[in-house]
Ligand binder design. Structure first.
Ligand SMILES: *Cc1c(COP(=O)(O)O)cnc(C)c1O
Length: 439
């Protein structure tokens, strides 16, 4: 075998359908509720925000949904993505475990997020939408949607959480390079933003506030629809290309994983790697241990309650049954900006409730220690978000060493960290704290 085995699929082996776990849940997912009546939402409430095709996917009971050829053509820019075996990391850890990673950082935006940005922009274009409004935290979602909008000729208006707008100028520039307009949120562009600013002129913002601004922008501007980069069922659906490819690639490697790991912010990249394996757990009785990893400072799955809650701060979204820290929760400004969301995807929350997955929370400094070890052995500088998955993969591999047992571990490397080097600087210079308040 080669020194650094890669498992590469041919172009024609890219999935032709998305996999929908809603079809296989042993118990149905509780429906979203109307914020006023608390009755299950009707599609017309959703079509104010999203094109009908995406609303249908959000509620679809179909197991397999065909990926339009136009979407596959854009996916082909970077898909299928590689699966690699981390032999140098294994060696450094002196572990009998085999560690594999699925690498989504090869996309144009550097993360898994284009997997859903591309179909969302496509379905909007087909439905006659002229402009998309959205929010972004650290900017990974904004840059992914900006890229997808540029491909399909849509305008893109982005509310970027204030703290990142100022601390992460490169992602803002990436969005602008793709042709998007970017506002610091809270902004003076919306009534809600002005209200938040009036109460606190120095507000550093939050994803919940930025979502409220993007939704208000959508309601007030004809021809505009809204796009969300995580949490919703149709986003988890689109991300299923990750796990479907990984299953084929693990078969090429001739191994079946014992442990599957993904980091979880809103839950979409975790859903992407995990749900095709969850299906096998449900339908084939496989005994996979599937772990969602979140930051200790924003622990919705491990510490949040499972209940109906709003997706945004202004209480405009439907109520979703999810693990939540409360829609007014202000997460500390940790460096994994993509994991600072108060809630967790209803489908991921439901998996946890049904005992199909586990969740672990890890502290920030441990995450960066793992990130640096990965960079120094495997060469890829991982995104801080993805490094949560690496930290748990390393822990599991060390357990294998201690127990002298071989296990096969796969994790999703959801993105690269080349635009996050300022966070690495904070870590390497010893100025990083667990609380998020750096020196
Ligand atoms: C946005 C992001 C995440 C977190 O979002 P999920 O919806 O939980 O996947 C994780 N990793 C990277 C690289 C991201 O950009």
């Amino acid at each position: 075998m080669s020194q650094h085995p890669q498992f590469l699929l041919r172009a024609e082996e890219m999935p032709t359908h998305w996999y929908n776990l809603l079809a296989d849940f042993p118990e149905p997912l509780p429906p979203p509720l109307h914020p006023g009546t608390r009755e299950p939402v009707t599609p017309d409430l959703m079509t104010a925000l999203f094109p009908e095709s995406l609303v249908m996917q959000e509620m679809s009971p179909e197991r397999q949904i065909e990926i339009p050829q136009e979407v596959r053509d854009v996916y082909a820019l970077y898909r299928p993505t590689p699966l690699l075996r981390a032999v140098r990391l294994e060696k450094a850890l002196q572990t009998p475990a085999h560690i594999y990673y699925k690498y989504e950082g090869v996309s144009p935006a550097g993360s898994h997020k284009p997997n859903t940005a591309i179909p969302q922009a496509y379905y909007n274009k087909v439905a006659g939408t002229k402009r998309l409004a959205t929010e972004t935290g650290a900017g990974q979602w904004g840059s992914s949607l900006a890229f997808a909008c540029s491909v399909f000729g849509l305008e893109c208006n982005i509310y970027m959480v204030n703290v990142s707008f100022h601390q992460k100028p490169y992602r803002k520039l990436l969005m602008q390079t793709y042709g998007a307009t970017v506002h610091s949120s809270p902004s003076d562009q919306t009534e809600f933003g002005r209200k938040v600013l009036a109460a606190d002129p120095h507000s550093t913002g939050s994803l919940g506030i930025a979502i409220s601004e993007a939704i208000e922008d959508t309601a007030k501007n004809p021809g505009t629809k809204y796009a969300l980069g995580s949490v919703l069922n149709h986003v988890c659906l689109h991300q299923s290309v990750i796990g479907q490819e990984a299953i084929k690639q693990m078969a090429m490697a001739g191994e079946d994983p014992d442990i599957i790991i993904g980091c979880a912010g809103g839950g979409s990249n975790f859903a992407g790697i995990a749900f095709p394996f969850v299906q096998r757990k449900i339908t084939e009785g496989k005994n996979y241990r599937i772990i969602a990893v979140e930051p200790e400072s924003c622990p919705s799955l491990t510490k949040g309650e499972l209940r109906y809650d709003f997706g945004d701060t202004a209480e405009t979204t439907p109520l979703m049954m999810m693990h939540t820290l409360g829609h007014t929760f202000m997460p500390p400004s940790i460096h994994a900006g993509g994991l600072r969301y108060h809630g967790m995807a209803p489908m991921v929350s439901h998996c946890k409730k049904l005992g199909l997955i586990d969740a672990i929370a890890v502290p920030q400094i441990k995450v960066f220690k793992a990130a640096v070890q990965f960079a120094r052995t495997e060469g890829i500088v991982p995104a801080p978000e993805s490094s949560h998955a690496i930290a748990v993969a390393i822990d599991e591999a060390i357990k294998c060493r201690e127990e002298n047992r071989k296990k096969v571990i796969v994790f999703n490397l959801s993105g690269n960290g080349l635009l996050d080097l300022a966070a690495y600087d904070t870590y390497l210079s010893g100025k990083m704290h667990e609380t998020g308040n750096d020196d």
